[in-house]
Design a protein around this ligand. Structure first.
Ligand code: ADP
Ligand code: MG
Length: 386
């Protein structure tokens, strides 16, 4: 993130917000915050692109809270003024936490609610009365609208966090249906670390003269993520993973696998060898998912094994290690995976295991990222006893 020439106080935020930021120990805005906050305050549509861990959440949360403090929108029953769409429930809860944290010192309480699938819909329906900030995954939001628990016809500000994911094929139908329910005149804020077709989708969203803010990484910038890659024979991967964790004395590790089945299998194997590990993925209950992530964050769980589900947006302060046990299919997912470490100026290490059969695909990933990692041999590593 680096030092920033201007303090938060020059960005046009309210006294209450500046005090909250000072209390939280946020001394200076990150580059994306420095550029996006004034544009959002000005009412512009914004497309903000900046790398993982660069503080994109606060770059929309802060000006939205400033809007809410000033505007005092009068809303019809069960209409929300601010809607934030996110791809996963984990991210919904995390964004909700940031809204709660940064609105703690606001003169009037800001009612923020996160809704997502996988849990009972009834409490969510009841909780939607008088909500100002609604954070939602698209599927559950459509269900709630069908139940008439919430309406989008008066949305003033729409945020798409992980915008490229929200606009890709997997969510396109749902997001289109939601957009059709919103007024044409609204402020659109799109944030992402990677861009795919999002640029073209802007027209689809009818972004109004958007301010495109892209924080370009300086080539000489020392990256906080140290990347390593090891060539490992498939049958040696399990022992090698345990060797890495044990010999490196790794205490907080996020391991990525390609499938939920494999995530379960890897976690089972680690536990059988006495390493505290759990798997989390779409097949687990909401409670188990929330608990597993909370335990890893708090340092109560040593290894969390997951699929690309968790790769998007999740912020774990001081996560020192990410291990790619299996490669992701797409290079973009690789960026999001390794971006779970090396956040907010804390260094981290991303380690990728590459089987001989993986090598061509790993080349493609590196080429797309424009980053080359030397493939280290593991033939000499004695895995006896691991
Ligand atoms: P992104 O969405 O860009 O991946 P996040 O918004 O999740 O990043 O922020 C990453 C981390 O940086 C969070 O832990 C957040 O609290 C911290 N952070 C954000 N803004 C600042 C700031 N101005 N100063 C210090 N830390 C910050
Ligand atoms: Mg984010």
């Amino acid at each position: 993130m680096g030092p920033s020439p201007s303090p938060f106080s020059s960005l046009g935020l309210s006294e209450a917000l500046l005090k909250t930021l000072a209390d939280r120990g946020y001394t200076a805005p990150t580059p994306i915050q420095e550029q996006a906050i004034p544009a959002v305050l000005f009412g512009k549509d914004v497309l903000g692109i900046a790398k993982t861990g660069s503080g994109k959440t606060a770059s929309y949360v802060l000006p939205i809270l400033a809007h809410l403090e000033q505007e005092r929108w009068t809303m019809s029953n069960r209409h929300v003024p601010v809607l934030v769409l996110v791809p996963t429930r984990e991210l919904a809860l995390q964004v909700e936490a940031v809204f709660n944290e940064l609105s703690a010192g606001q003169p009037e309480r800001v009612r923020t609610v996160a809704v997502f699938g996988g849990v009972s819909i009834n409490p969510q329906m009841i909780g939607l009365q008088g909500v100002q900030v609604l954070i939602a995954t698209p599927g559950r939001l459509l269900d709630l609208i069908e139940h008439k628990a919430v309406h989008l016809a008066e949305v003033k500000v729409l945020v798409l966090d992980e915008a490229d994911r929200m606009l890709d094929l997997g969510f396109q139908d749902e997001v289109d249906r939601l957009l059709a329910l919103m007024p044409r005149k609204r402020q659109n804020l799109l944030f992402s670390a990677t861009l795919s077709s999002a640029i073209h989708e802007i027209t689809r969203l009818v972004l109004h003269k958007p301010e495109v803010i892209q924080v370009v990484e300086e080539p000489q910038e020392v990256t906080l993520i140290r990347q390593r890659a090891f060539r490992v024979a498939p049958e040696r991967k399990g022992p090698f993973l345990r060797y890495l964790i044990r010999s490196g004395d790794m205490q907080q590790v996020l391991v990525f696998t390609a499938t939920t089945h494999s995530a379960d299998h890897v976690a089972d194997k680690l536990r059988k060898h006495g390493i505290d590990a759990r798997a989390t993925h779409g097949g687990k209950s909401h409670h188990a998912r929330t608990q597993a992530l909370a335990d890893l964050k708090a340092g109560r769980l040593r290894v969390l094994v997951t699929t690309d589900l968790l790769a998007r947006g999740i912020d774990i302060a001081f996560l020192p290690y990410v291990i790619n046990y299996e490669l992701p299919r797409s290079p973009k997912d690789h960026v999001h995976r390794i971006g779970r470490t090396g956040r907010a100026q804390n260094p981290g290490e991303a380690i990728t295991l590459v089987t001989p059969a993986d090598q061509p695909h790993f080349k493609v990933i590196q080429k797309k990222m424009g980053q080359w990692v030397m493939l280290e041999s593991t033939d000499e590593v004695d895995l006896q006893g691991y």
